[in-house]
Design a protein around this ligand. Sequence first.
Ligand SMILES: Nc1ncnc2c1ncn2[C@@H]1O[C@H](COP(=O)(O)OP(=O)(O)OP(=O)(O)O)[C@@H](O)[C@H]1O
Length: 270
Amino acid sequence: MIRAHNLTLSVREGQHSRSVLQGIDFHIERGEWVALTGANGCGKTSLIRCFNGLNTPSAGSLTVAGLDMRPAHNRAAVKQRVQLVFQNPEAQTVGSTPFEDIAFGLENRGLARDLMIARIGEILQQVGLAHKTEAEVSTLSGGERQRLAVGCCLALDADMIIFDEATSMLDPEGRLDILELAQGLWQAGTTILWVTQRMEELAVSPRIAVLGGGQLLYDGSPRSLFYASALPDALGWTPSPAVRVGKLLQRQGWPVHLLPLTGQELEEIL
Ligand SMILES: Nc1ncnc2c1ncn2[C@@H]1O[C@H](COP(=O)(O)OP(=O)(O)OP(=O)(O)O)[C@@H](O)[C@H]1O
């Protein structure tokens, strides 16, 4: 789905240019779930904006959905296939009701009116908003708005959805809700890039990429990141309670593949 080789991005700052991403070698296969993490300002948003054509790399190669991202027409084509769900639930709705919002995404598809109404119904059902079809968007909760944003990605038939810290402004229930919605889409075949700084969201990701200072510092499984890499300590991360207990077990000789990543895995061990 995504192949980046030696990807470099520089931005203009007054008279000078500053390197924001340096020499990134990274790939995401179709149908994969990958989490992307790193401290504020390390380049996560800059990288994902390259993936959906909003940023143009200064050097290196980038292919998305089989398209070379250098020509502008390829970047424009990819914008529809790789959709973003942003942090702020209020910043991504255009319609005044969920129905209108999804209709907006479907407008350019040339569907007959009855087919369009049926498709809007299916999408709102899929994101759990069928009962809010005609509600004022301003009355939706943050989590419902994020569900609606996901519905808009579905209306555009996205091959890949990038969730850019999409749970960071939600309460714990809303966070779990959006995570589970994304997991359902992933199980149905959508490629997911899940950008987060939350340990519990990293723990449930099969693969984690860590960015630091515009470079890819780690790309691998959560278990090797938390139990076999010095990176979390070096980056000053606070481990989740499950990993803290796991570290104690590790010191007593437990094999890495049995160490817990989540509260549920910890409960099973205990
Ligand atoms: N168009 C731009 N012009 C100037 N500086 C930019 C531009 N885009 C990104 N940057 C800078 O590049 C660096 C990386 O920013 P980016 O938003 O990609 O980081 P991030 O990891 O997503 O941060 P956060 O977690 O805070 O959202 C920052 O120092 C930012 O100010």
